[in-house]
Design a protein around this ligand. Structure first.
Ligand SMILES: [Zn+2]
Ligand SMILES: [Zn+2]
Length: 448
């Protein structure tokens, strides 16, 4: 009879033995970054690794996503997903950016893919998987970073996706229908500990905004034009004028970029586009502030008599870390690095960012812990991994140990977790809520 401790030892030893290879996966992905729904090379690499481990999988889910399955040898039981995110952001000044696309792993997702595969190395050892009940589901999911709205809206128009985030699509496609709980581990550079659990994240809504004016010679006859760039500028100022109305407790973040500012400097800009984001930890504040921002875009259009079209796009929901899952992860973290190296954030501590693990956590038990090993500013040009053991090998081990705790001994822990869990939403309610957020607001500032 193999004990849980012996199984964990075997998994950790297998990961340790192959750690150079596992770290190599992260380094390979770092040098070939791909943005969401474009992760073809990264997806192929994951598929090759799963094939090499003899793990069957479905590919092409939400364009580039992968879902594998490993049956435990001890009979039926719950399914535990171990997730890695495939995508990078786009950041032209990052040290490891792709000069052709600007894609860069400035959020550390390359490490997640490696730690997910590393966990599978540990879990598929015969002495481990034979003694687990239920199933382990390795997943590589596209498009966590909610960027490239125009490109993704084109994919939506082609019916290749409906939602612009990868886990949202996985949920809609039913890829989580047979998954009972899920975990991933994200790198970070700011926490003073090796591992961090707890906390929450902001929900968000995205806006794709088009200002339309009238082109004219900018020197010869600007009085014949309607300057869409000036409309956008007025709108941005109006949004800033609302900042004093945001409450601290709502962790409001409102920010955006100008993606098209005009065509020729000699022509009055007639077509100006922006991508905007409204975030909050609280849905009421999020929706109220989204309306305020729409009002500001209308105000900008009205100021110069331009038109504006605002496409509201359903974003992410706040993260709910499941207490039992977190406690299980935490105990294994303590075992590997000691309690002094593990930070526990209170459940309401909001990091300000957003993740589609939040969406998943509304419908099934999930956790989104962090591991260290990175330095620099997240999403900044200097965000790099200095310590791959901490960024990749450590989370692989903790996730494998956590899965063992959940599914060993006839999956008693996973069954207890399932029995105690009360999801915030059903999948049907989640999809309905998200679909309700989609809208197009059109406003003619010349007619108002
Ligand atoms: Zn990120
Ligand atoms: Zn990230």
């Amino acid at each position: 009879m193999t004990t849980v401790a012996e199984m964990k030892q075997a998994a950790v030893a297998a990961i340790e033995k192959r750690k150079v290879e596992i770290i190599g996966i992260a380094k390979t992905i770092l040098t070939a970054p791909e943005t969401g729904f474009n992760e073809y090379k990264t997806s192929r690499l994951v598929q090759q690794r799963l094939e090499a481990m003899g793990i069957p999988f479905q590919a092409g889910l939400a364009i580039t996503g992968i879902k594998g399955v490993v049956e435990g040898g001890a009979g039926p039981g719950p399914s535990v997903a171990i997730i890695g995110e495939l995508d990078s952001i786009r950041l032209m000044d990052h040290a490891f950016h792709d000069p052709a696309t600007g894609a860069a792993h400035a959020c550390g997702h390359h490490c997640q893919i490696a730690s997910m595969l590393g966990a599978m190395v540990g879990l598929t050892v015969p002495g481990v998987i034979q003694n687990l009940s239920g199933r382990i589901i390795p997943m590589a999911i596209p498009a966590e970073e909610f960027i490239d709205l125009e490109q993704r809206m084109a994919l939506r128009d082609e019916k290749k996706i409906e939602f612009l985030g990868g886990k949202q699509e996985f949920i809609k496609l039913g890829a989580f229908d047979d998954v009972d709980m899920a975990l991933l581990c994200h790198t970070n550079s700011v926490h003073p500990s090796k591992l961090t659990v707890g906390g929450t994240s902001n929900g968000h809504l995205a806006k794709y905004v088009q200002f339309s004016g009238r082109s004219a010679h900018a020197g010869g006859a600007p009085y014949n034009g309607i300057n869409a760039l000036n409309a956008a500028m007025m709108a941005i100022s109006a949004i800033h004028a609302n900042r004093e109305t945001f409450r601290g407790r709502d962790t409001v973040r409102i920010h955006g970029i100008l993606t098209r500012g005009g065509d020729s400097v000699s022509a009055v800009p007639s077509n100006v586009t922006l991508e905007w984001r409204v975030r909050s930890g609280n849905t009421d504040a999020l929706l109220a502030n989204s309306d305020k921002v729409d009002r500001c875009f209308k105000a900008g259009a009205m100021s110069v008599g331009a038109k504006v079209s605002i496409t509201n796009i359903p974003g992410y929901l706040p993260m709910r870390n499941n207490a039992v899952l977190q406690e299980t992860f935490l105990r294994n973290a303590h075992e590997l690095v000691g309690a002094s190296q593990v930070l526990v954030r209170r459940a309401g501590r909001n990091g300000g960012g957003s993740t589609d693990m939040g969406d998943l956590s509304q419908i099934i038990p999930a956790i989104h812990p962090y591991t260290g090993g990175a330095t620099g500013t997240s999403h900044g040009k200097d965000y790099v991994i200095q310590d791959y053991e901490t960024a990749v090998v450590l989370p692989a081990k903790v996730m494998a140990m956590t899965a063992i705790d959940l599914l060993a001994e006839a999956a008693a822990k996973a069954l207890e977790l399932k029995a105690k869990d009360k999801p915030a939403m059903t999948k049907a309610r989640y999809l309905k809520f998200q679909r309700q957020q989609a809208s197009v607001v059109r406003f003619d500032g010349a007619r108002a």
